[in-house]
Each structure stands twice: as structure tokens, then as C-alpha cells.
Design a protein around this ligand. Structure first.
Ligand code: AMP
Length: 199
């Protein structure tokens, strides 16, 4: 079964629309026959997406560092909960298990996950598609920053074509079901570093 890894806020956001849209994405992922992989919490947008996928009969895998596993934040009814030793290991496993990624609005945790996937895609470590669920235009400032980075010569232009932005969950899931072309930036492909990262 193919999987979509979801990065999403552990907060709810201040507008009800965020939780509602997260839930719609969870329903859509399950409805389109994908497993949802995520951080394993029942809080915020993360929990809302997971809950909706489960309620629609979908499979959901949570990945949590062992130390957090006993807290009340953990979602107890997932199809599968994987315990890892560290936040780094968690992120690596989420990248490994997801055939594609969708980032919802979120805070520093979500931004970190999103940028790692985007950066690694750009340098050819993986060619898994990445979608941005732009609920309430949350990511407009970030998209503006990326365009600014391109204009100023720090961000590769290809970055924008590696990121699919939408407010429609079905369109997003559809868009990330196809692998991206392998990057033409081959600097990292033969390096020893590549051996250390998950396929
Ligand atoms: P944030 O956007 O800062 O709320 O962080 C959310 C992202 O970081 C999620 O995609 C998770 O993978 C991870 N994360 C942050 N807090 C938690 C938590 N309490 N439980 C599980 N994962 C979390």
C-alpha cells in the first residue's frame, strides 16, 4: 500500500477552518487508498488528519520517539505505532516510509520537516513529490520568501517546480501520486553522504 507522509501543526490554529481542512485531507488520503504516515500525536492538525483517515477506514502509522510514547498526546488508536530513539530517527523514518509528502499549516516542527524534504529533493537524495496544503493562504509568505530567494540568487528556480501548492485536498493527493523527475543537480548523487540517508 502506498503511503503519504503528512507534516502538520501540533496546534489547531486560530481559525476553525484549519482543523476542518486537515480532517478533509485525512478523509481524502484514506478515500484514495493511501496509508497516512505522520508524527503520531492526537493534537492539533496532526490529530485531526489522522482521526479523519481512521474514521474513513484508512490505515494510519504514527512514528514517535520512545520518550514521548507514554504521554497523553499520543494517539492510542492508530493502525500502527512505531517507536524510534530520537527525533532525527523519526524524521528519517517518516521520509523513508512516505512515498510522497504533504505539508499542512504548522509551526517550527512542520517547517523543519518541509524544508528538509524540499532541500533533499532538490539535491537528488530522493525524488518523492511534495505538496503544500495552502489552507487560508497560510503559506503565501513562505512562497514569497522562496521567490525572493530565487530572485536574489540563493534558491534554485527548480525548487518551485518541486512543490505542488493547492487548497484542494483531492487535487493535492492526485498531484503527489506521481514521482518527480530526478533532479539535474547531481552534486550529491555519488557522494559518500548519500549512503547515510534512507532510500
Ligand atoms: P509544529 O509544526 O511545531 O507544531 O510541529 C509539528 C510537526 O513536528 C509534526 O509534523 C510532527 O512530525 C512533529 N511534532 C511536533 N510536536 C509533536 C508532538 N507533540 N507529537 C508528535 N509529533 C510532533
Amino acid at each position: 500500500m502506498r503511503s503519504i507522509c503528512v507534516f502538520a501543526g501540533s496546534g489547531t490554529g486560530v481559525h476553525p477552518e484549519y482543523m476542518q481542512a486537515a480532517s478533509e485531507l485525512g478523509t481524502t488520503i484514506a478515500g484514495m487508498g493511501y496509508r497516512l504516515v505522520y508524527g503520531g500525536s492526537r493534537l492539533g492538525l496532526m490529530g485531526s488528519a489522522a482521526e479523519a483517515a481512521l474514521s474513513s477506514g484508512g490505515k494510519v502509522t504514527g512514528i514517535m520517539p520512545g520518550g514521548l510514547l507514554h504521554g497523553e498526546r499520543v494517539h492510542k488508536e492508530l493502525s500502527e505505532m512505531i517507536s524510534v530513539d530520537s527525533m532525527h530517527e523519526r524524521k528519517a523514518m517518516m521520509q523513508q516510509m512516505g512515498d510522497a509528502f504533504i505539508a499542512l499549516p504548522g509551526g517550527l516542527g512542520t517547517l523543519e520537516e518541509l524544508f528538509e524534504v524540499l532541500c533533499w529533493s532538490q539535491i537528488g537524495i530522493h525524488n518523492k513529490p511534495l505538496g503544500l496544503y495552502n489552507i487560508r493562504g497560510y503559506y503565501e509568505p513562505l512562497l514569497h520568501m522562496l521567490r525572493h530567494g530565487i530572485q536574489e540568487g540563493f534558491v534554485a528556480e527548480s525548487c518551485m517546480s518541486r512543490l505542488f501548492v493547492s487548497t484542494d485536498p483531492a487535487e493535492l493527493v492526485q498531484a503527489v501520486s506521481h514521482e518527480l523527475p530526478v533532479t539535474s543537480d547531481l552534486r550529491w548523487l555519488s557522494s559518500a553522504y548519500r549512503k547515510d540517508v534512507p532510500e
